[in-house]
Design a protein around this ligand. Structure first.
Ligand code: HEC
Length: 152
């Protein structure tokens, strides 16, 4: 390989590397945001991914595919798609009584130590990854959702 090709290759490699660092490849990025919103959204996605991997992926897996009948998939999850408010409550307070007959009565644990901002970041990440496209879920949204949580 001569030097020119090598530089070209290195630049492509760097660009790909940086790009995937800024925008997790599995996540949806809306086109119609202004620059400031784009940056804020990207921060939520990146921070949300870190928090998800630390707090959720041991059950729901990095891929969001869930695990057998024990832990539901978050890909196209009906809770995430239809009722993001109850997803926020679920993350904060967990489930008291399992609704899913097939999952051997395993519950989702409460994670009350997560702040509203952290929940917003997690929801923005999982709500816009693996094919989910819920858009930006702000910390103000989460504060509203958590006002009237009913235990699940
Ligand atoms: C110890 C395992 C465990 C951990 C850790 C866990 N979950 Fe869950 N999660 C579950 C189980 C079990 C259910 C099914 C609860 C039910 O319906 O009874 C569930 C359900 C869900 C649902 C609803 C899915 C649907 O459509 O039915 C969402 C969304 C969710 N979890 C997100 C998260 C997020 C985000 C985190 C991390 C902050 C997390 N979970 C951490 C076990 C876990």
């Amino acid at each position: 390989m001569n030097n020119n090709y090598f530089s070209l290759f290195s630049i492509c490699f760097l660009m790909l590397g940086c790009n995937s660092h800024q925008k997790p490849a599995e996540s949806y990025f809306p086109e119609n945001f202004d620059d400031v919103s784009q940056i804020k959204y990207a921060q939520y996605i990146i921070q949300g991914k870190i928090l998800y991997n630390a707090n959720c992926s041991n059950c729901h897996q990095h891929s969001g595919q869930g695990f057998r009948n024990l832990y539901p998939a978050l890909i196209m999850s009906t809770t995430l798609t239809n009722d993001i408010g109850s997803a926020a409550c679920l993350i904060k307070y967990g489930t008291k009584k399992s609704k899913k007959a097939s999952n051997l009565n395993i519950l989702m644990p409460a994670q009350t130590e997560l702040s509203n901002l952290e929940i917003a970041e997690i929801l923005t990440y999982i709500g816009n990854s693996w094919g989910n496209q819920k858009g930006f879920i702000s910390v103000n949204n989460v504060a509203k959702y958590l006002v009237d949580c009913t235990p699940h």
